[in-house]
Design a protein around this ligand. Structure first.
Ligand SMILES: *Cc1c(COP(=O)(O)O)cnc(C)c1O
Length: 225
């Protein structure tokens, strides 16, 4: 996409976004030239969903970029993800969190993570169920991991045109965030993020308290897989 288009798209989105909401530019499948154009327009947070692509781009982009891993993470990719990412948004199991903690400890890093909540209708999407997450927290399964900093929740709504459905799902995420914050992270100021909302549904997400929105195609255009 032409330089002016990417920066125009960014400016347009940011103008509509309330203060306190950060934009994750989802750059998966787009070439580094496109990321560089967004960077030149002031964008600093980028999201990728495949570890190999993330690792390749980290080496080619300026060092002050904040990289968010947003895709399902296979256990054999955890080591590279922990090395490359500033935040792993897609933590969908206790076992994965334990592995991330172990790999971070190995390289003496404390890595920011979000717990991914499953609220969509699609079974294929990953994430903790609401009850499952509350249960794991209650029994202390997430305790004692000093090399991860749990910064909040991440979620995706169902892929649908039904805005009321999306609205209900984002409301569940917000409610769950408030419960988890109050009961388990009240003394943790870093537990403050709700990452939700994509190109087609981010205004709804912001109405439900999103602090991070993950926007790809509305910035970079359609992906060429
Ligand atoms: C691709 C992706 C996005 C961005 O999707 P767009 O529709 O291009 O904005 C957001 N979140 C996740 C987890 C993704 O995989």
């Amino acid at each position: 996409m032409a330089q002016s288009l990417i920066s125009d798209n960014l400016r347009h989105i940011k103008a509509m976004m309330p203060a306190g909401v950060d934009l994750v530019a989802v750059s998966k499948f787009h070439p580094v030239e496109a990321l560089q154009q967004a960077y030149d327009a002031g964008q600093r947070i980028f999201g990728e969903n495949r570890v190999q692509e993330l690792a390749a781009k980290v080496d080619l982009m300026p060092a002050d970029v904040q990289w968010h891993m947003i895709g399902h993470l296979q256990t054999n990719k955890v080591r590279v993800a922990v090395r490359c990412a500033n935040m792993i948004e897609s933590v969908d199991s206790v076992r994965l969190l334990q592995l991330i903690n172990k790999e971070a400890q190995r390289i003496d890093k404390v890595i920011d993570v979000l717990l991914q909540l499953h609220v969509a209708q699609e079974e294929a999407k990953s994430g903790f169920g609401v009850g499952e997450l509350l249960q794991a927290l209650t029994v202390g399964e997430l305790d004692g991991m000093d090399h991860v900093r749990v910064c909040g929740l991440m979620a995706m709504a169902s892929l649908t045109d039904d805005e009321e459905q999306i609205d209900r799902e984002f409301a569940i995420v917000n409610d769950t965030f408030n419960v988890v914050k109050e009961e388990f992270y009240a003394d943790r100021p870093e537990f403050k993020h709700i990452s939700m909302g994509m190109s087609h549904d981010w205004p709804i997400a912001v109405r439900h308290g999103a602090t991070l929105v993950r926007i790809g195609s509305a910035i970079f255009g359609p992906r060429q897989y």
